[in-house]
Design a protein around this ligand. Sequence first.
Ligand code: F6R
Length: 635
Amino acid sequence: MSHIDSFEKIPVAIFADDKQASTYVAHEIADLIRQRQNEGRNCVLGLATGSTPKTLYAELVRMHKEDGLSFRNVITFNLDEYYPIEPDALQSYNRFMKTHLFDHIDIDPANTHIPKGTINKNDIRPYALDYENKMEKAGGIDLQILGIGLNGHIGFNEPGSSRYSITRMVALDNSTRLANAYEFPNITHVPRLAISMGISTILKARRILLMAWGEHKAPIIRKAVEEHVTEHVPASILQEHHHCQFVLDETAGHELTRFKSPWLTGEIEWNEKMIRKAVCHMAFDMGKPLLMLTNNDYNNSGLSDLLVKYGNAYDINIRVFNGLRDTITGWPGGKYSEVIPRHPERKEPQSKRVIIFSPHPDDDIISMGGTFIRLKEQGHDVHVGYQCSGNIAVTDEFVMRQLHFAVEFDEIFEIDKSRATNIWNEASAFIANKKSYQKDTPEIRAIKGLIRRTEARATCQYVGLKDENIHFMNLPFYETGLIEKNPPGEDDIKITMDLIRKIKPHQIFAAGDFADPHGTHKVCFDIIFEALKRLKAQGDESIKDCWLWLYRGAWAEWDVWDIEMAIPMSPDQVIQKRNGIFIHQSQKDGVVFQGSDSREFWERAEDRNAGTAEIYSKLGLPKYAAMEAFVKWDY
Ligand code: F6R
């Protein structure tokens, strides 16, 4: 047994990203299908839906189209379906499976089984038993694919589900409804019930592969893999299955002991960041500031290795303390007048050209509002590149309010009002009859985009930016009118490269908030990264002095040991930032797509910024009201 095995009670395979992980799973599926074909037998697959398996299905479709993988001998059973729901509703899992897999492969539709969300409630019990019987008749599930909910659910077996449960009607946890609310216009549209295979149904599968991507899944993965088996974390019951494997991307694995405290699972390469991480961890565990840690604490925390290599606790404590101290600065664009060794930014040139890339029209102020204001006040030439229109996150009520304004504006000033009234009439008729799965008309989308643009512009004016420093990029990948975005394309990269060439920035700030549940932040980051890499490869002068800083804030925060620049904020600056966020009125008092966190964005930002400041002070560094944190990224 290796050190890792002594912590991890389920075999785990970790890949650099979800694509590589999905390819691994797709190969296992393809091998099984082909093996069965050679034996003249069927292959029975248990399938999942949700955001996780999309990359897997894309790879299976590719294998079908390019490598000739046939699904003629495949029989499938899906885990679950919302209840009640029409099969062609945008959010239905019946529709999901067609869109992502069945419509693109040669499977016989008669061989696919997905619970129906339209069964009469009284008929559900016999229907569910029949579903189980069908699985058994097909020979039982050979390979079951699973995702995992943030609360540890598998299928829709929420915490507390019995290990002996079979296919049945279940009530969705509120946390699940919140987590899945991003697919619906708002939380009230998310069904309260579902039909789901049970835990014992899942455990009967001969092989189980559970997939998870993204750092928001990391804490629950650790619980399921490393902690004890409990029905409160349904996925932990998979520890009892003899042939189950978890397939993760690196971010979903990062809470596992082998990453979180690698010094406990074997020999490691110490570097500055790892030392900082280990010592901060120890300080948190002991509830002590850095400079109070003793040799004994190091030994008791499994860190005697550090003492052997780097001297006694006193020296290591100071080294880590000074490193963290040097990340704190009130001068995010560098401090020109003074020579400060180890300052996070360069002092030259005095006035820097800066681009803040904001995926949505409010990420700049939410995630780095304090720094944004300081950069402007300290005389830098600050530009904001609003990457996406953000038009799906405006309510219909808000649109109608603005349209009323437009119509009356025309009346008051006696402007030819026929066009505005027409749009008003069309929009109100559309909105009155709109179904939850319908996408907005181009006019309504344009109005929603306009609303967000006016808010972003008002925030920039609040900070003191000139109009020519505000750039609405309207990246095309975002413009589907749906949650599901297009993959980033050449146009997105070109628009970004053009803006960078035009501004010739010394600093770029970009959202490194990869836990955004819709994936928009990650795509926006990938586009910037690709643009920078191409400009670099071309030897483009516009980025020869450009540093890339990543911020977080709307969805998650950096770990303290990763932070390379921390901008402190006074209580007044916290209020100043809050007022800047409030300008985004369409995003206040009920966010349209808010994920599993019920706080508004300004509250999340304040909690995170205060939390970062609290962490610094707990480690024995000065106590500020709030801090915004950044990581420098190589490209
Ligand atoms: C889907 C299902 C659920 C999801 C889980 C994770 O059929 O049964 O258990 O696998 O909620 O969802 P995503 O992948 O959207 O994070």
